[in-house]
Design a protein around this ligand. Structure first.
Ligand code: FES
Length: 87
């Protein structure tokens, strides 16, 4: 049996559906670097999702519990959002 994980305080959702996947390599790299830098101190979990049914706005990322959705998001915008999200 695997290790039981605690529920995260915050979630960053990244769509990895076929349309978003074309654009989100830099986004996933930014999030990976963020997790490496911050560890699990922030209790933030990155969740890869299937298509979020917003393909015309790809790539799509969301932040919970703030319910902030970023569409047609660029890697630089993700970096700025992470700074705000983790304050
Ligand atoms: S593939 Fe991301 S919203 Fe559809």
């Amino acid at each position: 049996m695997g290790k039981v994980k605690e529920n995260p305080e915050k979630i960053i959702g990244v769509c990895t559906g076929s349309k978003c996947r074309k654009y989100n390599k830099e986004i996933l790299a930014s999030l990976k670097q963020f997790r490496k830098d911050k560890g699990n101190k922030e209790k933030i979990e990155v969740v890869k999702t299937l298509c979020l049914d917003r393909c015309k706005q790809a790539p799509v990322v969301f932040f919970q519990p703030e319910n902030r959705w970023l569409t047609k998001v660029q890697a630089e915008e993700i970096k700025r959002s992470l700074e705000v999200f983790t304050k």
